[in-house]
Ligand binder design. Structure first.
Ligand code: SAH
Length: 391
């Protein structure tokens, strides 16, 4: 287990504790022979007793350590952004927690602002230091904390939001993504405000909508649309875009984002409702679309929920197949890490067969490059998508 360098050390792997470490303290893990294994931060509250920070005995965990780790993550984004075809985005994930060798810390950039999530005690305790190091290196206008996430309870932490350093961000921060403008609610929006992980997929989708003229005047159904990400990319190249979301706030922001990009509101239909129900109504009404996008929230939070999640995915994918015109396109995602790519493909296959349609996978999709997956941390691989042509 330790040989695999997985950063989570569970309580069952620890035979004894010497001394009396306080939660958040740096501890050293040793094998029975006394051999050094790892160093990380401790928390007796969590089943993950230790989050490993280094496997190198000579590496001490001090300010210089955190600075080096942050610099590594920041440098990787500079390279990725330079490679980005459609110019440098000004909103992206700067630090992807375990996957950037900083367990428990998420940092997202939105234009001049950084938004931070401290998911563990070890990070929560050091968030002032980490904010100072980020401020010194990146000089944002402000660093805002969005640690209002359920996982903190497993660490014995309550939720926390507010300014960590610098100024308070405005109610809506404007970002630019692949030439589109989006307003982001960093105070109360989902995650840290925007689904940054879908940036490259939205870009691919937008380029395809613009360039593939094999179908004129496409109609697009964007299910689980949130603040209108995929809808904004579809508008301008589509005859009609229907966006469905259960959240009225998300749809209100979608409407503003559509207007901010200069699109005709008459081509955009915003529907507040439950996708499971609305798709059934469309099926009964025999409504058909050229393109259907399914980007639902996480359906499986633990092993026990996998079966119900699979039924949920099957249901919406079956409905989607039934609503797609022959020769149309389904772009379907799952962000449940516990439903792996293989299982997800099987579910979509089952839905296809039940719909009596035929289909091909044209592309496999994943999270954007600013959401790297550490090879030692397969849990980091959560978003997968299938871009399918449907006959
Ligand atoms: N594709 C979006 C992100 C989608 S996030 C983007 O690119 O930004 C998932 C969205 O699903 C959230 O906005 C949430 O409000 C919505 N949602 C969750 N359950 C739903 C349901 N049963 N019906 C409709 N919307 C739902």
């Amino acid at each position: 287990m330790f040989q695999n360098r997985h950063p989570w050390i569970f309580s069952g792997a620890i035979r004894s504790v010497q001394g009396d470490p306080a939660d958040g303290d740096i501890v050293t893990l040793r094998g029975e022979s006394g051999v050094f294994l790892a160093r990380g931060y401790w928390n007796h509250h969590s089943q993950i007793n230790v989050h490993a920070l280094t496997w190198d005995e000579h590496e001490t965990i001090d300010d210089a350590f955190w600075a080096t780790r942050l610099e590594r993550a920041i440098a990787a984004r500079s390279v990725e952004n330079a490679l980005h075809k459609s110019g440098s985005p000004n909103a992206y994930r700067l630090v992807n927690a375990e996957n950037d060798a900083i367990p428990g810390l998420v940092v997202d950039r939105y234009a001049d602002w950084l938004v931070v999530q401290a998911l563990t005690k070890g990070i929560d305790q050091r968030k002032a230091t980490l904010a100072r190091l980020l401020m010194e290196r990146l000089e944002p206008a402000g660093i805002y904390e969005r640690s209002d996430v359920e996982v903190r309870s497993k660490e014995g932490l309550t939720q926390a939001t507010g300014v960590l350093l610098g100024q308070e961000p405005p109610a809506l921060v404007e970002i630019e993504e692949n030439g589109r403008r989006f307003l982001v609610d960093v105070h109360a929006g989902h995650k840290t405000g925007f689904y940054l992980d879908q940036r490259e997929n939205r870009d691919l989708f937008g380029a395809w909508m613009r360039d593939d003229k094999s179908v004129a005047e496409r109609t697009v159904l964007n299910c689980f649309s949130y603040s209108g990400g995929f809808s904004v990319y579809a508008l301008g190249a589509a005859a009609q875009v229907t966006s469905i979301d259960a959240s009225a706030d998300a749809l209100a922001l979608a409407q503003r984002n559509i207007a901010a990009n200069g699109f005709d509101a008459a081509k955009s239909e915003l529907v507040e409702g439950d996708v499971f129900e609305v798709l059934r109504e469309y099926r009964t009404a025999k409504r058909q679309f050229d393109v259907v996008i399914l980007d639902p929230p996480k359906f499986a939070n633990n092993q026990r929920q996998i079966e119900a999640a699979a039924r949920g995915y099957k249901d919406i994918n079956l409905l989607a197949f039934q609503l797609i015109k022959p020769g149309g396109t389904l772009i379907t995602f799952s962000c449940s890490g516990l439903v792996d790519a293989h299982l997800f493909q099987q579910i979509v296959f089952g839905a296809l067969v039940d719909s009596h349609r035929d289909g091909q996978i044209v592309r496999r999709l994943t999270a954007a490059a600013d959401h790297p997956v550490a090879l030692t941390f397969p849990e980091g691989m959560y978003l997968k998508g299938l871009w399918c042509r449907v006959w």
